[in-house]
Design a protein around this ligand. Structure first.
Ligand SMILES: Nc1ncnc2c1ncn2[C@@H]1O[C@H](COP(=O)(O)OP(=O)(O)O)[C@@H](O)[C@H]1O
Ligand SMILES: [Mg+2]
Length: 162
């Protein structure tokens, strides 16, 4: 039984995140999308709202027989992974700029939990510049973000800002 977690803020979920979920699905039997509860980040969506959006979008994301679940957590990613008996942490890499931060996190997590491996997947070219922050910025200023985030997420952002 190969279980992974895919941790992140997902504030909000983008097509880049969905692409990583789809790509990692064939590699695992189960993936827990783990929404980090980090109030310092002053998120646009509450953890519950983020979880709710993700769970509505997961059925259409399934790729093969992988079971996809969404949960939230706070504290150390390594602790959460161990508690859920995951053997891997999935992360996406968009550009060299992601690499340095991700390398530090992966090495620290390895030190904390030597049995859990971080698995990096390269972003799809078409989403390699997509980040939750950029989507929020552009959306707030009235720019078009369709095709880069799921329609449901766009609707929820519109509701938030109206
Ligand atoms: N467009 C994208 N393509 C591929 N991976 C992405 C994309 N956007 C974010 N990711 C990856 O998804 C993971 C979660 O990202 P994010 O929601 O920003 O949470 P965090 O706060 O942990 O960075 C990270 O590994 C990030 O690199
Ligand atoms: Mg990020």
């Amino acid at each position: 039984m190969r279980r992974a977690i895919f941790p992140g803020s997902f504030d909000p979920l983008t097509n880049g995140h969905l692409d990583i979920i789809m790509r990692s699905s064939p590699l695992f039997d189960e993936i827990i999308i783990a929404v980090l509860n980090n109030p310092d980040k002053n998120p646009m969506f509450s953890v519950e709202e983020r979880r709710d959006m993700i769970s509505k979008l997961l059925p259409s994301t399934a790729n093969g027989n992988c079971r996809l679940m969404v949960e939230s957590f706070s504290g150390l990613t390594a602790d959460f992974a161990r508690e859920r008996r995951a053997t891997a942490i999935v992360r996406g890499i968009r550009a060299v700029s992601d690499y340095e931060y991700e390398l530090r996190m992966a090495l620290m997590n390895r030190r904390l939990e030597p049995n859990i491996e971080t698995v990096f997947l390269m972003a799809a070219e078409e989403y390699s510049y997509v980040s939750s922050d950029l989507m929020k910025q552009v959306f707030r200023l009235g720019g078009r973000v369709e095709g880069l985030i799921p329609e449901l997420v766009e609707e929820k952002m519109r509701e938030k800002l109206s």
